[in-house]
Write a protein of this length. Structure first.
Lengths: 389, 384
């Protein structure tokens, strides 16, 4: 039987054997609560601190600037709502700038802030899925408090012009008493493109473990020292009060190992995936009446494409019979009837949006597998078109 | 404090010689519904059922989903002496928030020394003494304290819990419900069950054109409906409809696709119904709601079978259907956004006035019997 080809790595990834092995002792042997006073607790705390130091080194920040969270979504919420919870901002809701193509974990937080008095600007994107720095510059107002822009778009793979974005914010902050904070949703960027937090010069960045062969249920939030976020939850004071709740030690250990592996192999993996991606794009282009929605210079792991006359959903189910797993739009939006807001922002027609699918790669896939996928796509597209004729 | 549930069933007690059979089915449905709840003896007298139970609240909740029951009352049973009855009366009245009441007494046990009006007066007086805020109102009381002097003891109750009414599920015969996963069809099934139909579901699945999740969703709807069947399980037939869909896509009359799809569904349902000895097909059609539910469409679709098709929602507005759907608990599942086989194949401009002639013309190039037979053969049964 054909080996399973999983092309939905932007939705989630399998935990790698190495990561699972690293986590193993922390379920039933090293099970301590880092807050406990006895040796079990101390051992757990040591492990946790070690993880935090490792991650800090890998990301080029200080351990004190890293917070363990429960997911990428949680990190985004703590960052954005955390800014809104700053006492001054609570009394004087301000203005937040984000993009029209953010993940729902940012977009819906912005929508929520709009219900409690905040003004929200959603920057449009061009045909490559990127915001224009000029638009950002124009959108900044005296009461702007926060800019939240993703590094890599999860549906298209478009890479945002983050250096220009932070340049504009830094420039604007020169003449301001309260600086504009910059938050990046870096969930789809980690392990795919270099993420240099110092160079990006953001104040906050959210990460998730399960997109890079780490476990689900654990994420990481970078918060630059002195940012002054206020928590969303109150509890036992863990994570310096910003994210209370007993730490998920197996998850933290797994995430640390996953980040280590992802960054160690970043160049090799990215180059390999880019080759596969180019091959896949060329293959799709050879199928009649197809089009690529993703920008050519996007992240190496995502191809968003459409096939005229074929509903993405139907293609997903036909391909799964061949053990090829792809996504329609994005996993998060396919549960709701709403069409992809990202593809809408690109200016695609609703028919084109319905015809779109996303294929997202993993570094362990091979060129032979990609060729098989192309062949299957061509055959399936033909088959479905002959039914609908 | 209550140890007995009094079950009232209205309509079935009127139905002469069938009454005994109806009661048997109702009691059997009641027993099925109460599985897992500790109950003692179940007895019946004069159009009522008494159920001994230490968990009357849990039992009442279950029985509120059993068709044929008009209302329930939790009953306090006490010894056959006046003092005990007085005490019990105070306890039962303390369990109400009425400001007016009356007492009604029945005395099937003529060995009890007092007569009914006298008991009512005595107990009423005692209640008044104990609750300063209560007044007697014999015409429109907030509550009626009912006392039954029976051989087993005195039964007292004041609370009445309204139930679904209808006929006991299963007394009418079997019907096959076309269950799509939308809001309407579960409601149609529910209303058929309410009139005693033993409902089984038939779902048309068009994988890989639709998601496996839509099947899961229909199974969940079947489980919810199953709570009203009086049976331990709900039978759901799943028909693999993909080949029929493909054949319909191939015929040249695009605007007729929905009409043809519904005609095939009805043919398959009729054939399965016949095999399963069902006496009717039930659908969630509501007149004029969508293109396939205009009078012309229903006429043209219905022309494929002589099997009766029940359409309990035919005269209902969407909101009325939604209200029932919420009340019976299917709404939240129905609105989950998975496509069923209609939505993926829906033409841009479905015909709203298709004729039988047009449908026959479109079907002339198709192997109608072959497709129907194959689909029926591929239909599988899931017991939920």
């Amino acid at each position: 039987m054909q080996r399973e080809i999983y092309l939905d790595n932007s939705a989630t990834t399998p935990v790698s054997a190495e990561v699972a092995k690293a986590m193993e002792p922390y379920w039933s042997v090293q099970y301590g609560n880092p807050s406990s006073p006895h040796m079990r607790g101390v051992a757990a705390e040591k492990t946790m601190n070690h993880c935090r130091r490792t991650l800090a080194e890998l990301l080029g920040v200080t351990p004190q600037e890293l917070y363990f969270t429960g997911s990428g979504t949680e990190g985004n919420n703590i960052a954005i709502q955390g800014v809104a919870n700053i006492p001054y901002n609570r009394k004087n809701p301000g203005h937040i700038i984000t993009s029209a193509v953010e993940h729902p974990a940012v977009l819906h937080v912005a929508r929520y802030l709009a219900t409690i008095g905040w003004e929200v600007t959603y920057l449009p994107v061009d045909s490559t899925g990127r915001i224009s720095p000029t638009d950002l510059q124009k959108a900044i107002r005296p009461e702007t408090r926060l800019v939240s822009i993703m590094l890599v778009n999860n549906e298209l793979g478009a890479i945002m012009p983050f250096l220009e974005i932070s340049g504009i914010i830094r420039e604007a902050n020169r003449e301001r008493q309260t600086p504009i904070l910059f938050h990046c949703d870096a969930v789809q960027a980690l392990g795919k493109i270099p993420v240099d937090l110092k160079a990006i010069d953001c104040d906050m960045a959210s990460f998730s473990a399960h997109k890079i062969n780490g476990p689900k249920g654990v994420g990481l939030l970078y918060v630059k020292r002195g940012t002054g976020l206020r928590p969303l939850m109150y509890g036992g004071g863990q994570e310096r009060g910003l994210r209370p709740g007993t730490e998920n030690l197996p998850g933290i250990v797994g995430m640390t190992r996953a980040v280590e592996l992802a960054l160690e192999n970043l160049q090799t993996n990215a180059a390999h995936m880019r080759r596969l991606r180019t091959r896949l794009i060329e293959g799709i282009r050879s199928i009649p009446d197809s089009a690529i929605n993703s920008p050519m210079d996007g992240a190496p792991h995502i191809v968003n494409a459409r096939f005229a006359g074929i509903r993405g959903e139907v293609l997903v189910h036909f391909l799964e019979q061949k053990r090829i797993y792809i996504a329609m739009g994005a996993a998060c939006s396919s549960k709701s009837k709403g069409r992809s807001h990202v593809l809408e922002a690109l200016g695609l027609s609703s028919e084109e949006i319905l015809n779109s699918v996303r294929l997202s790669l993993s570094p362990d896939q091979t060129e032979e597998e990609i060729d098989y996928v192309i062949e299957s796509l061509a055959q399936t597209v033909g088959e479905i078109r002959s039914i609908y004729s | 404090m209550y140890h007995i549930l009094l079950v009232r069933y209205g309509e079935i007690s009127l139905k002469g010689r069938n009454r005994r059979m109806f009661e048997d089915i109702l009691i059997s449905n009641v027993k099925t519904a109460l599985q897992g709840i500790s109950i003692g003896e179940i007895s019946r007298t004069f159009g009522r059922i008494y159920i001994e139970t230490d968990e009357w609240e849990a039992a009442a909740e279950r029985l509120q989903k059993v068709f044929g029951i008009v209302s329930l009352s939790p009953v306090l049973r006490t010894d056959l002496d006046l003092d005990s009855i007085k005490d019990a009366a105070v306890r039962v009245m303390a369990d109400t928030n009425a400001s007016t009441f009356k007492v009604e007494t029945r005395r099937p046990n003529k060995a009890f020394p007092m007569q009914s009006p006298e008991i009512s007066r005595t107990i009423g007086g005692h209640v008044l003494k104990n609750f300063s805020h209560l007044q007697v109102d014999v015409h429109q009381p907030d509550v009626t304290l009912e006392i039954e002097i029976r051989r087993e003891g005195a039964y007292l109750y004041s609370r009445t819990i309204p139930c679904l009414g209808g006929l006991p599920a299963g007394v009418s015969g079997k019907g096959l419900l076309l269950l799509s996963g939308g809001i309407d069809s579960p409601v149609a099934g529910y209303l058929a069950m309410k009139r005693g139909v033993a409902v089984e579901g038939l779902h048309f699945h068009s994988y890989p054109f639709t998601t496996e999740r839509s099947k899961e969703k229909v199974m969940e709807l079947g489980r919810i409906l199953g709570q009203y069947t009086g049976q331990e399980s709900f039978k759901l037939w799943i028909c693999h409809f993909t080949e029929v869909q493909k054949a319909i896509q191939k015929q040249p009359y695009e605007s007729l696709r929905i009409t043809l799809m519904r005609r095939f569904m009805l043919r398959i349902a009729a054939k399965l119904a016949e095999q399963q000895k069902a006496l009717a097909i039930i659908t969630g059609d509501s007149l004029g709601q969508v293109a396939s539910q205009t009078m012309e469409s229903i006429f043209t679709i219905n022309a494929v079978t002589t099997m009766p098709v029940y359409r309990p929602l035919i005269g209902m507005d969407k909101q009325e259907i939604v209200d029932i759907s919420r009340q019976i608990g299917t709404y939240e599942t129905s609105i989950l956004p998975y496509d069923d086989c209609c939505t993926v194949f829906v033409p841009k401009n479905p015909a709203t006035r298709p004729t039988v002639e047009q449908a026959l013309e479109a079907e002339s190039g198709m192997d109608v019997d072959g497709l129907v037979n194959e689909a029926v053969a591929l239909t599988e049964l899931v017991e939920l």
